[in-house]
Design a protein around this ligand. Structure first.
Ligand code: DON
Length: 306
């Protein structure tokens, strides 16, 4: 397919996924997330030139949750010596729920990948060792989205902080293996603020464009080498949808990172970044309507990496 009418396609997709909207369940282990209206659906496509098309609730902010993990990994890798993070975290799919503890013990405190909670805590620890990791992330997301409205939702952060025992347990287990540099409560606190950032689909798609541009930011400066951008996209493809990453690759065929707020960022290298949001989650924590919309998008356009 050569010329694609993106606004028309987005309108078609919104109609086609209508039966999926409202299916699944809203994440309720973070009480503030459980209050979101399950019937929301928004989708935005950002082109390489920064222009954005959207449909539905594409301008409504939502909690990005684990979508933040793709950005924090990129920020760590962009630093001098950033590759040393790979000594502390792997890059294999876990095949386990994102907050699982079991693997971490028999794999000696080295998380399988940077996109499960344990791995993201390691990334936050690296990113935050000379400053506040959440502030670094926020500055980056504001610059890339072109909006200072991108911010931490204090109510969601507080709600997460009250229900942080699982993340604290993951962190202390890693600390017991010597895989935590900073004091753990500080790391978890920064991690929670990263997850509690709210953005809308337009902002998120624009912020993800550097991954579509093989590492080049919206201002033309390079964040990642081409090889590093390939690696982030590869880990998104293999590990970005938790223990459903295989199913996501099968249906969508793109690097993607999902979050329990119902958002997904997907990347078509060399072409565009796509953000979709709908809060109803399947059993493994991925947006039901969001995955369906991306499935439809790549099926119609043929824009997958395969
Ligand atoms: O730490 C948590 O459980 C949430 N803040 C994020 C969970 C999420 O989106 C899925 N994680 N990989």
């Amino acid at each position: 397919m050569t010329a694609v009418d993106i606004p028309g396609l987005l309108a078609d997709i919104a109609t086609e996924v209508e039966p999926e909207i409202g299916r699944g369940t809203v994440a309720d282990y973070i009480p503030a997330l459980a209050r979101v209206d399950i019937r929301r659906f928004g989708m935005a496509v950002a082109n390489l030139d920064g222009s954005v098309h959207g449909v539905g609730d594409w301008r409504e902010p939502f909690s990005i949750q684990s979508v933040s993990k793709a950005f924090t990994l990129a920020l760590v890798l962009s630093r001098p010596d950033g590759d040393r993070v790979w000594r502390r975290v792997g890059r294999e799919p876990s095949g386990n729920p994102f907050n699982s503890l079991v693997q971490l013990e028999y794999e000696n405190g080295i998380p399988r990948n940077p996109f499960i909670n344990a791995g993201a805590l390691v990334v936050t620890d690296e990113l935050g060792h000379d400053g506040d990791a959440a502030e670094a992330l926020l500055a980056f997301l504001r610059a890339e989205s072109g909006s200072d409205a991108v911010s931490v939702d204090a109510e969601i952060a507080a709600s997460e902080a009250e229900h942080a025992n699982r993340n604290l347990a993951l962190g202390y287990l890693m600390a017991s293996y010597g895989n935590m540099r900073q004091e753990l409560p500080d790391v978890v606190e920064q991690y929670i603020r990263q997850c509690s950032i709210t953005m809308n689909c337009a902002q998120l798609a624009r912020a993800g464009l550097f991954l579509a541009r093989h590492g080049v930011r919206n201002d033309g400066n390079r964040l990642l080498t081409r090889s590093q951008a390939k690696r982030v996209n590869a880990v998104m493809l293999t590990c970005g949808a938790y223990d459903a990453a295989g199913e996501f690759a099968f249906r969508v065929g793109l690097p993607g990172k999902s979050g329990v707020g119902g958002g997904i960022l997907a990347v078509v290298p060399g072409r565009c970044a796509i953000a979709v949001w709908s809060p109803g989650l399947d059993a493994r924590g991925n947006s039901v309507a969001g995955v369906a919309a991306l499935d439809r998008f790549t099926t119609v356009t043929g824009w997958s990496v395969f």
